[in-house]
Design a protein around this ligand. Structure first.
Ligand SMILES: [Zn+2]
Length: 430
């Protein structure tokens, strides 16, 4: 195994990149982004477009040549590269910084103690913004991460114009929905030459090599309609769902026993989230409906296989059908996001690990990502090693009174800048 430790020259350059991060720029970008409401809402007709435009304008003003392309109508991705003058794409690495512009709904704004899109900053104890707190929807998830990534690339460009590598910013749409942004980014070839990626999601600046997987399923249960006084004349789809839910609880327990509790991801789960009967139409107290609906939210960990899980749910459904004539189940998995596990020996991991103590002054801290991210698809479709790390408390996304500490955001930017240098400049000859 080659010596993976960076040379003293590379380490010094990485430190300079970290120091070159412009704190005011990080704050300005994060605040500017929060002020652009980028909730995707078909009813209101709002999308990420304005936030993408803001990102593209900021990049253009800073000397980048961003490409803006629609992942879906009105839902643009923004892509921008910095290539060092020594960069040769046939032999050098490309590091991607990944972020998303969309945010989830703020819900009822009157419940917030600070208006969700004001972009208010409470100054730190020293009276500075850079040690303060930025409030608002999307501040942590993940406009601070996007701001940190942009400021990091600017710092890298300043200290290492001749870097033998490329940094690619992929700031995409629709992470909170069906992840159309990253899927389009991949389909359009933007990830083809990416050799490693840092996913800038709020993970308390912990190095995350594991992300949980997710499956979403519709289960439709068909019975036979009948009078509440004569249930024997029909077949109750509600009892079918009840039996299935109990059997799935048992299946979940078996999987938990088999897989165990993952050090960073916890337990795998099979969770019913919606039960609806009748599945459509008017409910009536004395009518057994003919159809019921069950939604399943399944969260997986390394060692589980999504196809096997789906097959087992189908097997359970068939056995329930066999036990009750005229009862029928339809199981449809409409979204499958595999768990990810990046090799700790991968150079992108080692770059982040080597950068960490330079910025934080402590040994690296590690965590796990509780949900899927855009990184899931980079890993699963393109085999790209990913590290997820960024500013913001892990549990704050999607909550009321979302906030991010600006010192954490600046630290992320410094970490990204140093990691980019270590990853791109210290490439061992092949
Ligand atoms: Zn996010």
């Amino acid at each position: 195994m080659p010596d993976m430790r960076p040379s003293p020259e590379t380490l010094a350059l990485a430190k300079r990149a970290a120091e070159a991060v412009d704190e005011d720029r990080v704050v300005q970008l994060a605040q500017g982004l929060v002020r652009v409401r980028s909730v995707y809402d078909r009813g209101l007709g709002t999308t990420e477009a304005a936030a993408a435009r803001y990102v593209a304008e900021q990049l253009r003003a800073s000397g980048f040549e961003p490409v803006v392309e629609e992942a879906a109508p009105g839902r643009p991705n923004v892509i921008a590269d910095f290539e060092g003058s020594a960069f040769d794409h046939t032999q050098h690495r490309t590091l991607m910084f990944e972020g998303h512009t969309d945010v989830v709904t703020e819900g009822d704004p009157s419940v917030w103690s600070i208006p969700p899109f004001e972009g208010r900053i409470d100054l730190g104890p020293d009276g500075l913004e850079s040690s303060g707190v930025l409030h608002g929807r999307g501040s942590a998830d993940m406009k601070a991460g996007v701001a940190a990534a942009i400021a990091a690339v600017e710092a890298v460009r300043t200290v290492a114009p001749d870097l033998p590598g490329r940094v690619r910013l992929g700031i995409v749409a629709d992470e909170e929905g069906m992840m159309l942004g990253i899927k389009s980014f991949i389909a359009n070839g933007w990830s083809d030459e990416v050799t490693g990626a840092i996913i800038c999601e709020p993970e308390e600046n912990e190095i995350c090599l594991f992300q949980k997987g997710a499956m979403r399923l519709h289960v439709r249960v068909f019975g036979v309609m009948s009078h509440g006084a004569m249930p024997y004349a029909g077949v109750s789809p509600l009892r079918g769902i009840a039996d299935l839910v109990v059997a799935l609880r048992e299946f979940e327990r078996r999987e938990q026993e088999r897989i165990g509790e993952h050090q960073y991801l916890g337990w795998p789960w099979i969770t019913p989230t919606i039960i609806q009967a009748p599945a459509k139409g008017e409910a009536q107290h004395n009518v057994v409906p003919d159809e019921a609906y069950l939604a399943l939210d399944i969260r997986t960990a390394p060692g589980q296989d999504h196809d096997t899980i789906e097959a087992e749910i189908n097997r359970i459904a068939r056995s329930l059908e066999a036990a009750t004539p005229r009862l029928r189940f339809e199981v449809e998995c409409f979204e499958s996001r595999p768990w990810t596990a990046t090799e700790p020996t991968d150079p992108v991991v080692q770059a982040v690990e080597a950068a960490y103590p330079e910025v934080f002054g402590t040994p690296p801290r590690y965590g796990g990502v509780p949900g899927a991210t855009d990184g899931t698809f980079l890993w699963a479709i393109k085999d790209i090693p990913i590290v997820t790390i960024g500013p913001g408390d892990r549990t704050i996304p999607h909550q009321v009174n979302e906030f991010v500490r600006l010192a954490d955001t600046i630290a992320s930017a410094r970490l990204y800048a140093a990691a980019a240098i270590l990853y791109l400049a210290s490439r061992t000859p092949t």
